[in-house]
Design a protein around this ligand. Structure first.
Ligand code: SF4
Length: 210
């Protein structure tokens, strides 16, 4: 088996755990994994239109619409007029939806425990590897643009000579290292396509002094 195949096998093992946890939560809450994902997304990021949600969680529009209809029927989500467009509606979590989302653990304990066994150096290397893989999926259009450093207008990869903190975030105006790369940042501002490509290319290319 090649190293690539080992990595795929490892990822599928972790995926298996996340899927099992999704179905366990579904049993406990009466929501399907897609419904739970939509509710969690609305609670974490605020009101959104169904099309935006479908893009964010990478499902088709009809799948998202069906899941939203079920959430509305169950009283966890309500549709309110979009303040920016009187003809459109936004989805909002209801109080019951907020409560349910806060009761459900975001990550399985087993996975949190497994991450705990990594030391700081391993965490930084793992996070950098994940960032590269997710960035590559994003660049190939396999997943939507994520709120991660490599797609952010504030990201300046490999601009500092200190190998421990080579990157810079222009939003907080601070240097940071691989261990602080963000995969879902609330301050993310999507860079335009050419800036994303430039940043991505620079991120992949380790400067000689690093
Ligand atoms: S704002 Fe967030 S995503 Fe953007 S560079 Fe800074 S830490 Fe990364």
């Amino acid at each position: 088996m090649t190293a690539d195949a080992h990595i795929m096998t490892g990822l599928s093992r972790i995926g298996m755990l996340l899927r099992a946890e999704g179905w366990r939560q579904a049993e406990a809450t009466g929501l399907t994994p897609t419904q739970m994902q939509i509710l969690a997304h609305l609670v974490a990021r605020g009101p959104a239109r169904v099309g935006a949600i479908a893009t964010e969680i990478a499902v088709t529009h009809p799948t998202a619409s069906d899941a939203v209809a079920a959430l509305v029927r169950k009283g966890y989500v309500e549709k309110l007029r979009d303040p920016d467009d009187a003809r459109a509606v936004q989805l909002h979590p209801t109080d019951a939806g907020q409560r349910l989302a806060s009761e459900v653990a975001v990550w399985p304990d087993a996975l949190l425990g497994a991450v705990d066994v990594l030391d700081d150096r391993e965490r930084a290397a793992f996070l950098k590897g994940l960032t590269k893989m997710i960035g590559a999926l994003q660049t190939r259009g396999a997943i939507p643009v994520q709120r991660m450093c490599v797609s952010c207008a504030h990201f300046r990869p490999h601009v500092h000579s200190d190998a421990a903190t080579p990157h810079h975030c222009a939003f907080v105006d601070a240097a940071f290292g691989d261990a602080s790369l963000r995969l879902d940042c609330g301050d993310h501002v999507e860079a335009d396509a050419s800036a994303r490509l430039e940043s991505w290319t620079r991120f992949l290319k380790e400067p000689a002094h690093m």
